[in-house]
Design a binder for this molecule. Structure first.
Ligand code: NAP
Ligand code: 3JN
Length: 366
């Protein structure tokens, strides 16, 4: 089956209640967005123990309804008082909303799992990918940050390699889907594709960055800009990958470099990753062995059978897929690999729900 769109069914794990409890009051901030939509589907699929659900958006969508577990739920405008009685608040409504409302949620006694970059580099906020650094959750002060989608899938694949063989250098180039830029970017790709195929005129208005000086065609194109430019020539998306990788892996001295590119793919980020490891004489077979056993990772690497990960195959699945593992031809300790994942699931909604499940498992939710 060919998957094109992000909102198709999530195909995985019918969850069981992970706690024998009457459940928690959960709030989803940004419930009408591309990430919020997948957040609700993931909570539903996992049968997350919810006793009360509060769905929040801006005033624009307040009063609209969203389906959860076969029932229509009314969305409300997010305000400081929306968090009274909330146990767990999942935020994906942009950094400004998180900066304004996450502290209010914490004041009201909620634990916040924040999908934005607002608090990721705050030393008092754990930045967590459960397969990599679940223990960091124990240091939380009310807010836990979910990393950038491109960072998450890369560190999930690299952590088992680091653990066994050490890691000294990472150079990544990304091939990112438009759903990472929100529901408006998905619409823009669809409209432009239709316009081009029907030879109609169109005016780009969303990508690479909504509200920036220039907008470019994304259909049948590749745009080497995700987020705005920093003064050092890297984009903020690239700087997020660099800084977040070092924080999550507890390796401030790790050499990391990134180039982030937007492609006309609806969902599923791909990454070409070059690494250098500490240990000598490691083979591709050695890396296959550890990747095969790594939690949350699926190895798809049989070149002679043309088996390798692709975004169209990753959509709706929770795992990080790794393939094309090969030794560099010049650098003895250098390896290349291709890493693909559903950016809205492991890159956002699933990682956030996993963090919430870890918080329950570790007894960190009061
Ligand atoms: P989206 O499709 O544009 O949805 C944005 C959501 O935020 C909508 O529900 C929107 O509500 C809500 N919102 C906007 N302004 C608000 C306000 N002032 N108060 C309350 N809610 C507000 O965007 P998305 O792709 O879902 O992404 C949302 C955010 O998640 C991003 O800005 C980013 O910070 C984060 N994100 C993280 C990752 C990651 O890598 N982990 C990936 C993608 C996104 P309305 O319907 O009322 O407009
Ligand atoms: O573009 C992508 O593929 C991922 C985008 C993530 C994103 C989009 C808008 C704002 C972020 C993020 O999570 O880093 C943010 C942000 O919160 O800074």
């Amino acid at each position: 089956m060919i998957h094109l769109f992000y909102y198709e069914n999530i195909e995985w794990l019918e969850g069981e209640n992970i706690l024998d409890t009457s459940g928690f009051h959960v709030a989803v901030v940004g419930a009408t967005g591309a990430v919020g939509n997948q957040m609700l589907k993931t909570l539903e699929k996992r049968n997350f123990p919810i006793k009360q659900l509060t769905l929040l958006s801006s005033a624009r969508s307040a009063g609209s309804t969203v389906t959860f577990k076969g029932k229509e739920w009314v969305v409300e405008e997010a305000k400081p008082e929306s968090f009274i009685g909330v146990d767990i608040a999942l935020f994906s409504a942009g950094g400004d909303v998180s900066k304004r409302l996450a502290p209010e949620a914490v004041k009201h006694g909620a634990i916040v799992v924040d999908n934005t970059s607002a608090f990721r580099m705050d030393p008092n906020v754990p930045l967590v990918v459960p397969e990599v650094n679940e223990e960091d959750l124990k240091l939380h002060n009310g807010i836990i940050a979910n990393p950038n989608c491109s960072t998450i899938q890369m560190v999930a694949a690299l952590e088992p390699v680091r653990k066994k063989y050490g890691l000294t250098k990472v150079i990544v180039s990304t091939y990112q889907a438009v759903s990472g830029a929100g529901a408006v970017a998905i619409d823009e790709l669809q409209q432009q594709s239709q316009a081009i195929l029907s030879q109609e005129a169109f005016e780009p208005s969303v990508l690479p960055v909504k509200g920036d000086k220039k907008h470019y065609q994304i259909a049948f194109n590749a745009i080497p800009q995700i987020d705005k430019f920093d003064d050092n020539g890297f984009t903020f998306e690239e700087m997020k990958m660099i800084n977040e990788t070092k924080k999550i892996m507890h390796m401030p001295a790790l050499k990391v470099s990134a180039t982030c590119v937007r492609l006309p793919v609806v969902t599923g980020h791909s990454e070409s990753v070059y690494i250098e490891i500490e240990q000598d004489s490691v083979s591709v077979k050695d890396l296959h062995e550890i990747l095969n056993e790594a939690p949350g990772v699926t190895l798809e690497d049989v070149p002679e059978e043309q088996i390798y990960p692709m975004p169209a195959h990753a959509v709706g699945k929770p795992d990080v897929f790794v393939g094309r593992v090969r030794k560099d031809l010049d650098e003895a300790n250098g390896f290349h690999m291709w890493i693909v994942s559903d950016n809205l699931l492991k890159g956002a909604a699933w990682n956030s729900v996993q963090i919430a499940e870890s918080l329950l498992k570790l007894g960190l939710v009061k």
